[in-house]
Design a protein around this ligand. Structure first.
Ligand code: Q46
Ligand code: ZN
Ligand code: ZN
Length: 297
């Protein structure tokens, strides 16, 4: 089978939109997909100061690699979660790609900052739940303290379609109203963007292998119980018989998202850190029992 765009042998078959591509044209297809999402949703405008959050996994490293290839200026942020060897591997891959593309990478070590790593806190709360809370808070606070206007993350089509699907199943209207490739800045929350919104998991893996991007393939030991895996598997079954259904699902969702009206919570300032909060203290300062704010300047 020949590549759709040149005479070379095709290495990849994309089922939707159906085409056969050689390695170079496949990489170009992925880069164009990212560029189209950025342009269509106006994710990155002139004069924005961009921070790219990298975990060490394929998605965020491919994101940093493609954004650099597309000519965007940015800095990276890696949060060292303190999960034994796993975190060490993640840090190493993140450092490697940033040294290759020649851009600065900031590293925040949770253990140093908060005294304990993820998985070392005695709590009834599931590990992934407070890990997510901690990562979201640090990404935003780090960006806010250092004058970044925008944080980009590596969420992909499979993550996002599973997230929308599970929130529709549970009618989490508030989450749905905020879901999409762009979340505008509000108060002390900086703008959040997801440029890989229309790239599939498999496409990103393939891109990483063609572009020789070393990344961590080992799963975090706490990932096993995540319910999102069930929704992803279910959507994979649907996609197998109906190529393109995930893409159409999230595009349709974005067209109709306005029907999910956002509840207006009254936000005040957390009495510890001064960041927006629904209660006297924000969920992060409450969970980590902080007496002083974390500062990243
Ligand atoms: S790192 Fe953290 Fe994930 Fe590990 S503890 Fe769960 S949320 S699984 S992306
Ligand atoms: Zn080709
Ligand atoms: Zn706080």
């Amino acid at each position: 089978m020949k590549c759709k765009f040149c005479n070379k042998e095709a290495e990849v078959t994309i089922r939707y939109p159906r085409m056969h591509l050689c390695e170079n044209h496949f990489k170009e297809y992925c880069e164009n997909r990212v560029k189209n999402v950025i342009d269509k949703h106006r994710l990155i405008e002139k004069d924005e100061k961009l921070l790219v959050a990298v975990s060490g996994g394929k998605d965020s490293l491919v994101l940093a690699y493609i954004l650099n290839k597309l000519g965007y200026e940015f800095e990276g942020l890696h949060i060292d979660l303190g999960i034994e060897d796993y975190s060490e591997m993640c840090k190493k891959s993140s450092k490697k790609i940033f040294s290759e593309i020649g851009l600065p990478l900031h590293i925040v070590k949770i253990k140093k900052l908060l005294g304990r790593g993820i998985g070392e806190v005695k709590t009834r709360r599931p590990v992934c739940s407070y890990c997510g809370l901690t990562k979201r808070y640090i990404m935003n606070k780090f960006a806010y303290d250092n004058g970044f206007t925008t944080v980009a993350t590596g969420h992909n089509l499979d993550d996002e379609s599973a997230f929308v699907f599970s929130n529709i199943l549970h009618w989490n209207i508030d989450y749905l109203s905020k879901q999409g490739p762009l979340l505008e800045a509000e108060d002390k929350f900086v703008k959040k963007i997801k440029p890989l919104y229309e790239l599939r998991d498999k496409e990103i893996s393939l891109y990483a292998s063609f572009a020789k991007i070393e990344h961590v393939t080992k799963k975090c030991k706490y990932a096993r119980g995540a319910t999102s895996i069930k929704y992803k598997k279910f959507l994979d079954i649907l996609e197998k018989d109906n190529p393109g259904i995930k893409l159409n699902f999230i595009r349709g969702f974005l067209r109709n998202r306005k029907i999910f009206k956002k509840k207006d919570f009254e936000l005040r300032e957390c009495e510890i850190c001064g960041m927006p909060s629904q209660g006297k203290k924000c969920a992060f300062c409450r969970f980590w029992r902080l007496k002083e704010p974390l500062m990243f300047q």
